[in-house]
Design a protein around this ligand. Sequence first.
Ligand SMILES: [Zn+2]
Length: 212
Amino acid sequence: MKKEHVILVFPHPDDEAFFCSGTVMDFVSRGVPVTYVCLTMGELGRGLGGANRQTLPELRLKEFKKSCSILGITDIRLWGYLDKTIEFEEPERILQRLLRLMEEVQPTLVITFYPGHSRHPDHDATGELVVKAVRRLPEELRPTVYGSAIFKKFIEHVGAADVANDVTPYLDRKTASIKAYPSQFMKYIKSIDAGHMEGVPDYRIERFWILE
Ligand SMILES: [Zn+2]
């Protein structure tokens, strides 16, 4: 059997925290290597967290590294595209880069966003590129692709998830990963600390739709 290796491909530092951090911790705890490709530094993020536009990328990198260390991810690839522009990048260049990465790492699973169902043009574009890249591989080399969907009533939109991981055993560390991002998640962090969970996405179950 092929040796397990997981790749995360997300456009922004913080995309892992709510959607897949528990699942990732489970892989790491079983000794499965995880590579995280983050396409931008999220330098146009909504929150500034005390930084300004110039210093925000630095702050977001610091937050990102903290979250990755909580998750146990050491193989981090920062591809340096500009935030909010993934849909305008030359797709072929990113596709080739993804293909080279997959050749290098030989992943068995790639986790990304569900294109068309992830509420942000960068998210949708990223998921679409991953699916396209995987479909170019010979069938026997194709990893499974998990897509995360974001919206409140996702089940009505795309049907029940194919995979629903109960990550309760990792909830403390998952919360720590969310709290690693005060610049982006302050609203949620305050609610979590106050015990007011309404308005905070339910993060005990991580749901994925199998795209490939
Ligand atoms: Zn994002």
